[in-house]
Design a protein around this ligand. Structure first.
Ligand code: AMP
Length: 240
């Protein structure tokens, strides 16, 4: 079945077509309709399953209606790489929507982020530490957030971010949609989900293979040879 069954806005569907997605992955198949219905979702799914588009598409769909220029969707992730990937997915899938996306993470200029936040932003992908910093400085307004996504929640726990996540949530409207994605479900994530999610739909993608656009290879190598090997692979591999 194609993405047509979700009855996405034509501008959102145009992003799906431009990205070259032909049919939904299992996590997309099972979660998009529920998220579009406004339900909270707890998704047990790894990176590579297409979980980013599973939450990005319903967010784009929701934001096509209503006022622009206020942060209405907030995605919290453990690493800047993941925040960047999510931002890229929003730009790609939202190409025709004219919705604005920004990233917030540490290790880069805070001033540029403040300037970006002062302009019209609809969606923010953030890491917990720098986001709390902006909250403390009063440089981000989260009072309009309608959708909160906690991505790779188990990694956030591993990295010790859960206390920060809980602090951030106190600054969000209580009436909102919350989506939590995690590859594993340790008890700490279960209790976070109990506290933050309201009657969630539970979706579990059992041992699902990575999507067709991702291929995996395994090279046993000494640590000190990793960089040279990576450079060599990048040189010899045809990528898009
Ligand atoms: P993710 O699990 O969200 O990190 O996605 C892994 C990769 O799968 C990304 O490169 C996506 O662009 C790609 N992808 C996501 N959904 C689909 C789909 N329905 N068909 C083909 N590729 C997809």
């Amino acid at each position: 079945m194609s993405f047509k069954k979700f009855q996405l806005n034509e501008k959102v569907l145009a992003g799906v077509t431009a990205a070259g997605y032909k049919k939904p992955t299992p996590i997309q198949d099972q979660s998009i309709a529920h998220i579009m219905d406004g339900r909270d979702v707890m998704g047990l799914a790894e990176t590579g399953t297409g979980k980013t588009a599973a939450f990005v598409l319903p967010i784009l769909q929701r934001l096509m209606q209503g006022q622009r220029g206020r942060i209405r969707a907030l995605i919290i992730a453990p690493t800047r790489e993941l925040s960047e990937q999510t931002h890229e997915a929003i730009l790609q899938l939202g190409l025709k929507t004219k919705l604005s996306s920004a990233t917030i993470y540490g290790g880069v200029s805070v001033v540029n982020q403040i300037n970006k936040l002062r302009s019209r932003v609809d969606i923010v992908s953030a890491c917990p530490g720098r986001l709390l910093d902006h909250i403390g400085r009063g440089t981000i307004d989260l009072s309009s957030v309608e959708v909160l996504v906690l991505d790779e929640a188990d990694h956030m726990f591993d990295m010790g971010f859960l206390p920060e996540v809980r602090k951030i949530v106190k600054h969000l409207p209580a009436h909102r949609q919350t989506l939590l994605f995690s590859a594993t479900m340790p008890s700490e994530i279960r209790s976070l989900a109990n506290d933050l999610l309201n009657n969630p739909v539970n979706i579990q993608i059992g041992n699902s293979a990575p999507v067709m656009t991702v291929s995996h290879k395994f090279y046993p190598v000494q640590t000190e040879q990793k960089t040279a090997l990576l450079k060599d692979i990048l040189k010899k591999t045809d990528t898009q």
